[in-house]
Structures are given as structure tokens and as C-alpha cells.
Design a binder for this molecule. Structure first.
Ligand SMILES: Nc1ncnc2c1ncn2[C@@H]1O[C@H](COP(=O)(O)OP(=O)(O)OP(=O)(O)O)[C@@H](O)[C@H]1O
Length: 239
């Protein structure tokens, strides 16, 4: 059975159909990439999966159970974790405190377990050195790492990453990819929206292409990247 399944999901904002009859399955432990031009509806798809938005029609299943009407909290508790394209930490709390909030309220960890669990995530995401720093003052790489760490602290089985590599230098990107690969290697399923294709394609096995809210293509990375239609619509002729 698929871990996550979208079945004919649609969403409009007024007259604008942003998600148009989208269906796909994510298998347990799979890493799936989502690409598409700006405004194609990628982040909206994440908001529909997490419950920040409700679909106008269609179903979202987790472990075969329809979660379309469940709250954000309930879906998080059921195993859907996400990072935001624009980092959204509690700026006045420390990095460590941000993780504690995620672990206690998102991950459901008991007060006695949460500190050790969060310390481990701080180490794994390279944030141990800034654990006591206010999250609001972090530089970009650390903010990206914190987005990832906060999502990890909710103990997801499906980790949704929204443009986590955007704006990083090549060296920073390599570090972040190594962390994401390690998370995936431990069995966490990943759906990753990303414009930095070399980073994305070094982790995922399959790609989904969205265009004007519609699912244009699904396939293995090589097939999608070699598709003339995808190159024309999204990548540009010379890529
Ligand atoms: N809450 C909203 N109300 C009205 N329109 C919205 C809302 N959220 C998104 N949109 C519009 O829906 C379309 C898709 O937005 P979305 O953020 O999902 O695209 P995206 O593929 O993630 O883009 P990008 O790659 O630039 O992040 C855009 O035209 C956007 O302006």
C-alpha cells in the first residue's frame, strides 16, 4: 500500500485553478521530487497535503486512510512533516527551543525524551554550535538547516521539503544534500520541491512535473530530464 496517495485532488483560488486533478502515490521510504515553473502550484500541493489548505475535490490518503478533513496538527501527528520555502522559526526562541516545540507538540514526545532527541537532531543537522542562538538572527544556511531540523523533530514518516536548497552556495548545498540523504537512508520517505536540480536529482528516484497545476509527467529522473516536453516547458532548450 502507498504511504501517501493523492487522488484527483483539485484546488482553485477564485477563478485560478492552482491544483488540477492531481494524482500520485508515494511508496514507504521513497524519495520523490517535484519540479515545475514558478507558480505551477507546487507549494499549494504541499499545503493541501499538510492540511494548511483543503482541496475543493479529491482525496489525500495516508496509509490508505482519508486524511483530507484532518487538521494540520492531526496530520503532523500521523507522520506528515514539512519545511517551509520561507523559513518560519519562532524568531525569539533559541534554535534548541524551536526543536523542543516541534518535538513536544508536533512529534508528541514526552518531556523527558524530547531534550535528548532534539540534541541528536541538532548534531545531525550541524546546528549544535548555534543551539542557544535566537533563531531569528541566523544566517541563511542555518535557517535552512533549522527548517529541516524542525521538520525532523516532528518525527515524520513523510518529510515534505519546499525549496530547501534555494539560495545556498554550492558547498552549502552539498552539505545539506548529505544530511537529506542520511535522513532518507534511515527510511523516511521524502517529497522534495526544488529548483536546484543537481541537488534534487542526487537524492530522488522519481520526478513529478507540474505545469499550470496539472501533473505533466511522472517518471524516473533520467526519463523526465530527457523529455523534450519537460525541457521546453520548464528547463529551457539548453539544459
Ligand atoms: N492563498 C492564495 N490565494 C490566492 N492565490 C494563491 C494563494 N496561494 C497561491 N496562490 C497562487 O497560486 C499559484 C501557485 O502558487 P504556488 O505557490 O503553489 O506555486 P509554486 O509552484 O510553489 O511556485 P514557486 O516555484 O514560485 O514557489 C500562483 O499563481 C499563486 O499566486
Amino acid at each position: 500500500m502507498a504511504l501517501l496517495s493523492l487522488q484527483s485532488v483539485s484546488k482553485s483560488f477564485g477563478a485560478l485553478k492552482v491544483t488540477d486533478d492531481v494524482s500520485f502515490d508515494l511508496q514507504p521510504g521513497e524519495a520523490l521530487g517535484i519540479i515545475g515553473p514558478n507558480g505551477a502550484g507546487k507549494s499549494t500541493l504541499f499545503n493541501l497535503i499538510t492540511g494548511n489548505l483543503r482541496p475543493d475535490s479529491g482525496q489525500i490518503l495516508l496509509d490508505g486512510r482519508d486524511v483530507s478533513a484532518d487538521s494540520v496538527m492531526a496530520r503532523c501527528a500521523a507522520g506528515i512533516g514539512r519545511s517551509f520555502q520561507i523559513p518560519q522559526p519562532f524568531g525569539h526562541l533559541s534554535v534548541y527551543e524551536n526543536l523542543l516545540v516541534a518535538a513536544r507538540f508536533g512529534g508528541g514526545l514526552a518531556a523527558a525524551e524530547a531534550p535528548g532527541f532534539c540534541m541528536d537532531i541538532l548534531r545531525r543537522t550541524g546546528l549544535a554550535g548555534v543551539a542557544d542562538s535566537p533563531a531569528g538572527g541566523l544566517p541563511l544556511l542555518s535557517r535552512k538547516r533549522l527548517e529541516l531540523a524542525r521538520a525532523m523533530a516532528t518525527r515524520p514518516r513523510v518529510l515534505l521539503l519546499d525549496e530547501i536548497a534555494g539560495g545556498l552556495t554550492d558547498a552549502e548545498c552539498v552539505e545539506l544534500v548529505a544530511t537529506i540523504r542520511a535522513i532518507h537512508a534511515e527510511g523516511t520517505a521524502i517529497v522534495w520541491i526544488e529548483h536546484v536540480l543537481h541537488a534534487l536529482n542526487s537524492v530522488v528516484g522519481r520526478l513529478i512535473v507540474l505545469n499550470f497545476g496539472r501533473l505533466l509527467m511522472v517518471g524516473d529522473v533520467k526519463t523526465v530530464m530527457n523529455s523534450a516536453e519537460v525541457r521546453e516547458i520548464y528547463l529551457g532548450a539548453e539544459v
